[in-house]
Design a protein around this ligand. Structure first.
Ligand SMILES: [Zn+2]
Length: 163
């Protein structure tokens, strides 16, 4: 299975996602046309706890809303989904992904605010949520950037490692 690897320059945070999961997000981006879309990333950590491994990428919950430059991920069915993933293979909430149609995959101020809220929220119990942003043209190759938001600290980019 082909994977994309990302790691912070200080080596403390790693992130792995299969190219199948990336293809799944790309098809959701194509479907959303010129609106932002997104969903959640679920998975687990490596044994050494230095790498988040994505096992599941979801599309937008049905009460999500998006426009050309904004996306509000809904919550309907999310709790049940998270419980199901836990029962299925001990996967848990790792973070969020969303798409900036025909834009650059850098986090907006709204994005960083939302992620900081998640990092401090008890309902997510995720002090270091990850944000994956896709940008560009979904019919060409999408650009991907990955960030980790540490509770009470600024966010960090995990650059892609090309093997
Ligand atoms: Zn955004």
């Amino acid at each position: 299975m082909n994977e994309l690897l990302f790691r912070s320059t200080d080596q403390r945070f790693g992130f792995r996602i299969s190219s199948d999961a990336v293809d799944h997000m790309a098809s959701l981006c194509r479907k959303a046309k010129r609106s932002e879309t997104g969903g959640i990333l679920a998975g687990r950590y490596s044994e050494r706890h230095d790498c988040a491994i994505v096992t599941e990428v979801t599309g937008p919950p049905p009460d999500s809303r998006g426009g050309p430059t904004w996306f509000k991920r809904g919550v309907r069915g999310l709790q049940q989904l998270i419980e199901r993933l836990w029962r299925l293979d001990r996967s848990f909430y790792l973070g969020e992904w969303h798409y900036h149609p025909y834009g650059s995959p850098g986090p907006s101020t709204t994005d960083t605010k939302q992620m900081s809220l998640i990092s401090t929220s008890d309902s997510y119990s995720c002090p270091e949520p990850i944000l994956l942003i896709l940008g560009g043209d979904p019919n060409a190759e999408l650009e991907i950037r990955v960030f980790v938001f540490q509770r009470g600290a600024s966010y960090l980019e995990l650059p892609r490692l090309i093997e």
